[in-house]
Design a binder for this molecule. Structure first.
Ligand SMILES: C[S@@+](CC[C@H](N)C(=O)[O-])C[C@H]1O[C@@H](n2cnc3c(N)ncnc32)[C@H](O)[C@@H]1O
Length: 193
């Protein structure tokens, strides 16, 4: 979806995301946070929207810098949380030096960026060697094999290996139907880079 679309829908997205028990986040995010490595150094969230993932990471003790290209969403995120840094930025050109973070998180955002490959290259670049990338998004249009290859190649371009720590799909109540590849829609990967 375009940045203009997110800008237009920013207030609606915040109302959606902040209504208790309204969307899947409320049911599935606790399981996701159990997989996220414990706080260590600096954490980056890419595609933070109005900030709920960053606020929940902060509750777990993470010190987070969060980016999103949409001005209104960044303003809403800052208004709701003075304790973490929210910056306007694009996943294809993250405004950080090489090796700045220990952990990078994409939650429900990688399917929305214009250039997934560039986003993964940038995430690998801003992670310190051995830093952890966590990505959990409904990228149903990209196969598992293509997604893992994108990750491998992003890391290889900066002479790094990817070590898979977790590789999951959606929960059991949304089973993949064999023969219908798009039903395997969730790509959840935790890896060191
Ligand atoms: C479905 S929302 C998810 C927000 C948040 N991660 C959550 O789970 O509540 C997707 C977000 O991706 C952001 N996004 C779109 N294109 C992006 C890009 N090129 N770089 C970073 N974020 C982007 C959108 O602005 C939007 O905030």
């Amino acid at each position: 979806m375009s940045r203009e679309h997110w800008e237009e829908q920013a207030a609606n997205w915040a109302a959606w995301a902040r209504t208790p028990d309204f969307d899947a986040y409320w049911k599935y995010s606790p399981g996701f946070f159990e997989l996220v490595p414990p706080p260590h150094g600096r954490t980056l969230e890419v595609g933070c929207g109005e900030g709920r993932v960053t606020r929940d990471l902060a509750r777990l003790g993470h010190r987070v810098v969060a980016v999103d290209p949409v001005t209104t969403l960044i303003r809403l995120a800052r208004d709701a949380d003075a304790g973490n840094d929210y910056l306007r930025g694009d996943s294809a050109a993250l405004p950080f030096a090489d090796g700045s973070f220990d952990l990078a998180v994409f939650y429900n955002s990688l399917m929305d960026v214009d250039d997934m490959d560039a986003a993964l290259h940038e995430a690998a670049r801003v992670l310190r060697p051995g830093g952890v990338l966590v990505t959990c998004s409904c990228s149903y249009h990209v196969s598992d094999a293509d997604f893992l290859e994108m990750l491998r190649s992003a890391a290889a371009d900066i002479h790094r290996n990817v070590r898979l720590l977790e590789h999951r799909g959606q929960a059991q109540d949304h089973p993949t139907v064999l023969g219908i590849p798009e039903t395997h829609y969730l790509k959840c990967v935790i890896c060191s880079v």
